[in-house]
Design a protein around this ligand. Structure first.
Ligand code: UT7
Length: 345
């Protein structure tokens, strides 16, 4: 263990004189649907190649939900696993926050549908929409409820059925995305720092760069919007890439600085899994070693709000992360939105 890793943890919340309870992640869980869509499968659908997809993105395959499986179904599976790992009954949950851009329907919220599916009768429930950054936005909101003693137990879920908004004729986007869900149970854990800091940001001026233009109040669903394929994801890939690297680096740097931490002290960096090249570029700027990174983009592609939630669960369940380790989560998505969080596991 290096001398740096023995230094006591600096808690930025204490610096601001905040007296609330610390909020920890008690347990996590995730779920990915069974159907695997490989790059070879995509070669039969659009003008692409396994070689192009692997070298430009690092993705080898992604999961697709079944036609009768909606986002709330994926979310409920992940939520049940997280609660089981926490040793809690659904009735213990006070609040469910679901981050998603692919809700089952405009309303009711997916969180309400999950509440019913898992039997969390006592829980309040609402959705958060911050695209791929949604899980970290949800963590920060959930933590506020725990720190202020408004709630004992908060369930934060990131869940997406992106296959329902992907244009399967557009090779620029259809090779990138997948379906899945991850969930975290938040509580105060005596003696633990838990979520040390969360840095969130947004730039609404770049909303057009990555969006689904149709189906809302601006362009309500009509025969024309369907013909113009306006209900599918549209993205300027290069512009998104450039902004992702800059914003993820800046958010991670700010989170580390707030906690007075050197990157070497982080046991596991869990970046948004959109593109291996983005992950490597951010890691290089941060001065991180490759072995600090947790990467599963090769198996799932970009699952938006579910991305870091699934990765966190895999890092924990595989033993890659141990209690007491420091984790850096860092995300970027449509909006643009971004965020970073440092967690003492
Ligand atoms: O969650 C946050 C949101 N998403 C992201 O963070 C994704 C950010 N962007 C990216 O990951 C990358 O920009 C992409 C993977 C989307 C694209 O990679 P790129 O290296 O930026 O490629 P490009 O857009 O500059 O396209 C290069 C070429 C183009 O052909 P021309 O114009 O040079 O002839 C594209 O038409 O590659 C072509 N291309 C493809 N070729 C084969 C684009 N998609 C494909 C494809 N297969 N699937």
């Amino acid at each position: 263990m290096s001398p740096a890793s023995r230094k006591p943890l600096h808690n930025p919340r204490a610096r601001h004189g905040y007296q609330g309870r610390a909020c920890s992640i008690l347990a996590v869980g995730s779920y990915v649907p069974a159907r695997v869509l490989t790059n070879a499968d995509l070669e039969k659908m659009v003008a692409t190649s396994d070689e192009w997809i692997r070298t430009r993105t690092g993705i080898r395959e992604r999961r697709l939900a079944a036609p009768d499986e909606a986002t709330s179904d994926l979310a409920a599976h992940a939520a049940r696993k997280a609660l089981a790992n926490a040793g809690l009954a659904p009735e213990a949950v006070d609040l469910i926050i679901t981050a998603t851009v692919t809700p089952d329907m405009p309303f009711p919220s997916t969180a309400c549908l999950v509440q019913e599916k898992i039997g969390a009768r006592r829980a309040a429930a609402f959705d958060v929409e911050a695209a791929c950054s949604g899980f970290i936005y949800g963590l920060e909101i959930g933590q506020q409820f725990v720190m202020s003693r408004t709630c004992e137990t908060v369930l934060v879920i990131g869940a997406e059925k992106l296959s329902s908004i992907v244009d399967w004729t557009d090779r620029n986007t259809c090779v990138l995305f997948g379906d899945g869900a991850g969930a975290a149970v938040l509580q105060h854990r005596p003696g633990a720092h838990g979520l040390l800091t969360t840095c969130l940001g947004a730039d609404g001026g770049k909303g057009h760069v990555l969006c689904v233009p149709g189906g809302g109040s601006r362009l309500p669903s009509s025969v024309e919007t369907v013909h113009r394929r306006q209900h599918f994801i549209r993205m300027d890939g290069r512009e998104t890439f450039k902004n992702a690297v800059q914003a993820m680096y800046a958010a991670a740097r700010e989170a580390l600085d707030r906690c007075q931490l050197d990157i070497a002290r982080i046991a596991c960096i869990i970046p948004h899994q959109a593109n291996r090249r983005i992950i490597d570029a951010v890691a290089e700027r941060l001065g991180a070693r490759p072995e600090q990174l947790f990467v599963n983009v090769d198996r799932y592609g970009n699952t938006s709000a579910a991305s870091v939630a699934i990765a966190l669960d895999e890092a924990v369940s595989s033993g890659r992360v141990q209690r007491g380790d420091l984790i850096l989560l860092v995300v970027f998505g449509a909006g643009f939105t971004w965020g970073a969080a440092i967690i003492e596991w």
